[in-house]
Design a binder for this molecule. Structure first.
Ligand code: DWN
Length: 394
């Protein structure tokens, strides 16, 4: 396999097998025509880059039916408010400040920039429509040459370009960086937050790997990728969101004080995040984790216990399909998203129910698929007296 970015050799070290679209919740009538692809992962040591071998076309995932709304977590809404405030404190000193968000979803983040010149680029019509209702200047487009034409032609340059949990969704990073370069002011910053490779390895949260997550970045990989275009990683700030993420800050000019970055690079070197060895260890950890959760579920069922799932996350698609967990083990998965309710989970076809169903049909055990929102969920589900389970430590 060749690296998607520099075409150097990439070693495939992990294969999850046949996978459906992670957010492809579907009706019974569509079971027969369900789309599958092979989910396998490779690593390019030169760029320290963890990446999928192949991925479905972005239009198969990000379209009029995309069912993930950023605002589905109250915690995340607060997080984006704080993130916006941090940007305002640090980067809005220029007169006529301009900000552009790549993959602005339902406008949760840009909602904090309504009084500024802002643009959201969002390819999924479902979430874009909500952004419009929220009076966000959202454009229903992919972030590409075509959607940027207007800004390039009119010489509109942005002070800040931002992306959250979206940069790793973009297959062609070379094109992405070239496009960012075209519309970023000379002293502008490109800031993005993504799930962090180090956190995924630590938690063995392999459910972060699915069709949308084409890359799993580290500070080392980001630094190397951007250097190819004379951009510099000037800081990296760990975040607790989504089970452990990293905020990357990219500029054209290097920073004088890079102490924080040096510490992160040292950590990544110590943990061998730049080496295939850490990948091989991760693969073995995934296999052990699969065995452990299956043993736990089987033992619950043998003792007559019942199980349902909580939150039909994208991540759950990897767990359910890789571990072959279906309605033989899990009766239903409850979720707050109206587009998912009444449908079935991708691949394993577990029914998705609303929260009333959960409250009226509580099971002995609940598999928490949104383990990353555990505090928010535990705080509101105090009436559940059974046990929470998951493949990650809760
Ligand atoms: O990068 C991505 C992240 C940020 O969001 C995307 N590729 C897609 C999505 O991933 P996810 O689906 O794994 O995200 P979450 O935020 O872990 O889970 C969202 C799902 O959980 C929604 O279907 C709503 C549901 N949910 C719920 O039913 N009750 C969430 C919360 C907080 C709740 O209380």
């Amino acid at each position: 396999m060749k690296c998607r970015i520099d075409r150097s050799n990439c070693k495939i070290f992990l294969n999850f097998g046949k996978m459906p679209i992670a957010n492809g919740f579907l009706k019974k009538k569509d079971f027969k025509s369900e789309y599958f692809f092979n989910l396998s992962v490779g690593f390019n040591e030169k760029l320290s880059l963890f990446q999928l071998k192949s991925n479905p076309h972005p239009k198969k995932m990000f379209n009029k039916n995309y069912p993930f709304y950023t605002s589905s977590s109250k915690y995340m809404v607060k997080h984006f408010k704080k993130f916006a405030q941090w940007i305002k404190n640090n980067f809005t000193k220029n007169k006529n400040f301009k900000i552009l968000e790549i993959g602005s979803n339902d406008g949760t983040f840009l909602n904090n920039f309504k009084n500024y010149f802002h643009v959201g680029i969002e390819p999924s019509l479902s979430v874009h429509k909500v952004a419009l209702i929220n009076k966000i200047n959202s454009k229903n487009k992919f972030f590409d040459q075509t959607s940027l034409k207007k800004y390039i032609k009119k010489k509109v340059f942005f002070d800040v370009i931002v992306g959250s949990n979206v940069i790793c969704h973009i297959p062609n990073q070379n094109e992405l960086i070239r496009n960012v370069k075209k519309i970023l002011k000379e002293d502008g910053v490109f800031i993005f937050e993504e799930p962090y490779l180090g956190a995924m390895y630590k938690k063995i949260s392999y459910d972060q790997i699915y069709d949308e997550h084409i890359y799993m970045f580290s500070a080392s990989s980001i630094s190397k990728i951007f250097q190819r275009y004379n951009f510099h990683l000037i800081d990296a700030i760990p975040q607790i969101t989504h089970g452990g993420s990293m905020r990357y800050i990219i500029k054209r000019k290097k920073n004088e004080n890079e102490k924080n970055l040096v510490n992160i690079f040292n950590y990544e070197n110590k943990k061998k995040l730049n080496k295939i060895e850490s990948c091989i260890e991760f693969k073995s950890n995934c296999e052990t984790s699969k065995k452990k959760i299956l043993d736990k579920i089987k033992s619950i069922k043998e003792k007559g216990g019942s199980i349902c799932g909580y939150a039909a996350t994208s991540k759950s698609t990897t767990i359910l399909n890789y571990c072959n967990i279906g309605t033989n083990y899990i009766d239903y998965i409850c979720d707050t998203t109206k587009e998912k309710i009444g449908k079935f989970s991708p691949g394993m076809h577990i029914p998705i129910k609303d929260m009333d169903h959960f409250h009226n049909n509580m099971k002995d055990f609940v598999y928490l698929f949104a383990w990353n929102h555990k505090d928010e969920i535990f705080n509101k589900e105090t009436n559940f007296k059974g046990k929470w389970i998951s493949h990650v430590e809760l």
